[in-house]
Design a protein around this ligand. Structure first.
Ligand code: SF4
Length: 344
């Protein structure tokens, strides 16, 4: 068999950043109000916020196993909207683990309208390396309908402030928010590329019990994306970000029992990220096969990426066969990570 095609298609597997993070959930701490889609207690599976002393105990346990240098992350609230003294207490506890060399730094998430130069400098002085901004959308009508209480201008200003302070910038986006559309979301993605964050996370909006979105959905005022639509949209977004050199470190919420119990509707899948990566792989393989005739083709991929290329339960193999009329085989071989070869 001749190797007639070799194409770089996926970013090589990177060690999952999530595995290098010790998350500390502070559900709704500092949040000025509830955004319509949000119920952090259900999403994170954490009922209340830990005190700084609880955090010390939790981190002592988390680092006792001698795991490699890890970032401590405060998630689930609006960190910089907490009273300054409270922020200081949490950061002092986390800094103890950074000073001992157990953690490499601190990251936290916050809202764009709760970030300014003074707060960014304060974070920098307290061992914070990364700020994740919950931007969600760069369309003012979507932000309004989602009850965010901030504007696109706030997000643009906050992104600049974080970068100017020398902090790493992460941006969180949501697909399928109230009032959003495919065009608006892709516009959000291209505008986010212009902000040049260091990484992004993309979450499809889910309808979680106890959120205002659940009431809107019950009243027929909100129709969530289907799983297919969400995967398609996120696949396009990932391609746009990665072609601009921006890492996508998370796709879809972390699966969990509490989330699954409270999920009412929306494009949830425990392996959402895998579905998106498989969709991207499918598109690239289809494009590559367009130029080749013959009744069959074998696609050789890196062994570590076989399941992404094949798709869940061989979905990509079936779709490639259907779309091209060829007998398709996808196998593990000597392809480099992120590349594939077509052999006829
Ligand atoms: S989305 Fe963020 S800002 Fe809004 S309520 Fe949830 S944690 Fe707070």
């Amino acid at each position: 068999m001749n190797n007639i095609f070799s194409k770089r298609m996926l970013h090589p597997e990177k060690p999952s950043l999530e595995k290098l993070i010790v998350p500390v959930f502070i559900p709704h701490k500092g949040c000025p109000h509830l955004c319509v889609f949000c119920n952090q207690k259900r999403i994170s599976g954490t009922a209340g916020s830990p005190s700084p002393e609880d955090v010390r105990e939790y981190l002592s346990g988390a680092f006792s196993s001698g795991r490699p240098a890890t970032t401590i992350a405060f998630y689930g609230g609006t960190f910089t909207a907490m009273p300054g003294l409270e922020q200081k207490k949490y950061l002092s506890v986390a800094s103890e683990f950074v000073s001992k060399g157990l953690a490499s730094g601190i990251r936290l998430s916050t809202r764009p309208d709760e970030m300014d130069g003074e707060r960014a400098r304060f974070l920098k002085e307290h061992s914070v390396k990364t700020v994740e901004l919950g931007v969600q959308s760069l369309d003012d009508s979507v932000l309004g309908k989602s009850g965010r209480g901030h504007t696109v201008g706030d997000a643009i200003r906050a992104a600049k402030v974080v970068k100017d302070a020398g902090l790493e910038l992460g941006i969180q986006l949501m697909a399928g928010l109230p009032g959003d559309s495919r065009e608006k979301f892709l516009h959000t993605v291209s505008e986010t590329v212009r902000l040049s964050p260091d990484f992004v996370r993309i979450y499809p909006a889910l309808v979680v019990d106890g959120s205002e979105l659940a009431d809107m959905w019950r009243r027929g005022e909100h129709v969530p994306l289907s799983l297919f639509e969400a995967v398609e949209l996120c696949a396009q977004a990932v391609e746009m970000f990665e072609s601009a050199g921006i890492r996508v470190i998370r796709l879809g919420l972390q699966p969990g029992e509490e989330l699954e119990k409270s999920l009412l509707a929306g494009p949830y899948h425990p392996s959402f990220g895998h579905l998106v990566r498989s969709r991207i792989a499918l598109r690239k393989m289809l494009a590559a096969l367009e130029n080749y005739e013959g009744d069959s083709a074998e696609i050789v991929v890196n062994p570590r990426e076989l399941s992404v290329y094949k798709g869940i339960r061989n979905a990509n193999v079936r779709e490639l066969s259907r779309a091209t009329g060829k007998k398709i085989k996808i196998s593990a071989g000597d392809a480099a990570p992120g590349e594939f070869k077509i052999q006829l």
